[in-house]
Design a protein around this ligand. Structure first.
Ligand SMILES: [Fe+2]
Ligand SMILES: [Fe+2]
Length: 193
């Protein structure tokens, strides 16, 4: 048994800043919509969505070592910027915060919501997309949202998001994380999450 969505939501509210909590509510809601559209478990998607950023303010320089001790492989970009490990921290603490054993795919989804991964699973895809397009995100126009949501599959939505990110990275001179590139190539090669 794990605690209810409402109980988890209250816990998350006490763990993060109000603005981040509003974002998390948006992610939970968009995740539920996407799950419904693609015949996934709506309650599971909402549960993962509300929790995904619970450790957003907990990552520190000691996080890479902590993650490794808990059996999580740390990517070089996460080593360089431990804030990116907030998803990994959430994966480590999910059972404890849910006060029971969550399915493995819950942990996988939150672990990979930051950089994406071919191992993120369909619920990872849902949260990754919701994280990018939830209504509170001001970096997107309504047309951008429509463009992403008009794709026929979760995988194609991810490609549309990553293409937008890639042009942003190009403009800003940011290098894409290796694992993100692997996700992109995996989907382009016909891979399904
Ligand atoms: Fe996040
Ligand atoms: Fe987020």
């Amino acid at each position: 048994m794990i605690i209810s969505y409402t109980a988890l939501e209250e816990k998350v509210r006490s763990m993060i800043k109000p603005k981040r909590f509003i974002h998390s509510e948006g992610v939970a809601s968009v995740s539920a919509d996407l799950a419904s559209r693609f015949s996934l478990d709506v309650s599971a998607a909402r549960y993962i969505g509300i929790y995904h950023d619970a450790y957003r303010y907990s990552a520190s320089d000691s996080s890479p070592e902590f993650c490794r001790k808990n059996g999580i492989d740390v990517f070089p970009e996460e080593e360089a910027d431990p804030m990116l490990l907030h998803g990994a921290l959430a994966a480590i603490h999910f059972d404890e915060d849910a006060e029971g054993s969550v399915p493995e795919y819950f942990r996988r989804a939150v672990r990979h919501h930051t950089l994406g991964s071919p191992d993120m699973g369909p619920y990872g895809a849902v949260v990754y997309i919701a994280d990018y397009i939830e209504p509170g995100r001001k970096h997107l126009t309504d047309d951008d949202r429509k463009h992403i949501l008009s794709a026929d599959t979760l995988e194609d939505m991810i490609i549309r998001i990553m293409d937008m990110q890639r042009s942003y990275f190009m403009r800003e001179g940011i290098k894409e994380a290796g694992i993100s590139g692997k996700l992109y190539d995996f989907i382009k090669g016909g891979g399904r999450l």
